[in-house]
Design a protein around this ligand. Sequence first.
Ligand SMILES: NC(=O)c1ccc[n+]([C@@H]2O[C@H](COP(=O)([O-])OP(=O)(O)OC[C@H]3O[C@@H](n4cnc5c(N)ncnc54)[C@H](O)[C@@H]3O)[C@@H](O)[C@H]2O)c1
Ligand SMILES: O=C(O)C(=O)C[C@@H](O)[C@H](O)[C@H](O)COP(=O)(O)O
Ligand SMILES: [Zn+2]
Length: 364
Amino acid sequence: MSSEAVTRIRIGGTAGTDPYEVLVGRRLLGELGGLVGEKAKRVAVVHPEALAETGDALRADLADQGYEAIAIQVPNAEEAKTAEVAAYCWKALGQSGFTRTDVIVGVGGGATTDLAGFVAATWLRGVRWIALPTTVLAMVDAAVGGKTGINTAEGKNLVGAFHPPAGVLCDLAALDSLPVNDYVSGLAEVIKAGFIADPVILDLIESDPQAARTPSGPHTAELIERSIRVKADVVSSDLKESGLREILNYGHTLAHAIEKNERYKWRHGAAVSVGMHFAAELGRLAGRLDDATADRHRTILESVGLPLHYRYDQWPKLLETMKVDKKSRGDLLRFIVLDGLAKPTVFEGPDPAVLLAAYGEVGE
Ligand SMILES: NC(=O)c1ccc[n+]([C@@H]2O[C@H](COP(=O)([O-])OP(=O)(O)OC[C@H]3O[C@@H](n4cnc5c(N)ncnc54)[C@H](O)[C@@H]3O)[C@@H](O)[C@H]2O)c1
Ligand SMILES: O=C(O)C(=O)C[C@@H](O)[C@H](O)[C@H](O)COP(=O)(O)O
Ligand SMILES: [Zn+2]
């Protein structure tokens, strides 16, 4: 892709949902006004502390276009995904007289877009919102697909709504300021897309893992676009996770338990990396996944600097949390595993001894 090219990926438009586009490229700001639209009088730009300048620049730009624009600054990372911060946003909307035709813009990483989308889903029972993801993870996953939400002390994303955005603008230039640990953490969801659906992603990363760790790598745009296409295909046919969408949860059953155990101080992508290692070992021990594909998880995750291990002594607590994962049904634990490369499937009610053995490979 040349630096001027813009890729457009269409999402939804089936089962009564409004279609929207994910744009990937550079200098996409000119698209924002059109997405906000003429019916809106007010626009609220929700941004994290780390992007205070970006948030204010967007607010000023929207004000120049004639909107009553406000900026709502929220804490960085998971500290934004709380009921208290959502209430703070609702207060700001109420005080600015925000109506049903007004629009929320969420600019930031996945934590910010999850929160902004959730505030949009709940304000007046649902207003239009636009996502401007600024991390790899938010571009390839969080901002796409309409899952919005916040955490509670009891678990990850326990409160939320399906509320797709009106558009998603992935400006690759935003990635230049991202700390390397956050860049790499987003690669976990990219690698997830590779294992569940598009192995070319794995080939591209394996061809030069060090280059994959930076936005200036030769395959950055292709990795992001391929991952978005994986997600777009899935959520376009199953927005509300009645079946197929569960494959996007690969590695997440353990990951969310680790995040809760760490009081949301771990990056989501790091936890997903450990969770995929666990899911691969579970698949292998259950006799479903071949050794080569299971081993490939370790090598590729490690090659980009993602973690494979977590504390062995925490297993009882992690198991308790996993029992109330959103994929559980009654007392039935359910995991996404692979029957082979790009063959994700649901594994229901694994033998507790197999679960423990799989964690034996992950625990340290
Ligand atoms: N809704 C979904 O479908 C979905 C999918 C995947 C993940 N998620 C959620 O996404 C969240 C993780 O998102 P994340 O990995 O983007 O982390 P994040 O949103 O916590 O961002 C990481 C840090 O980077 C900062 N930041 C963001 N963009 C920056 C930039 N361009 N330059 C400098 N700093 C920047 C943020 O303020 C934060 O401090 C989790 O809460 C996870 O549950 C949601
Ligand atoms: O979009 C989905 O569906 C996913 O499962 C993508 C995940 O990467 C993402 O972390 C999602 O927020 C997890 O959803 P949850 O329903 O398990 O909370
Ligand atoms: Zn995720």
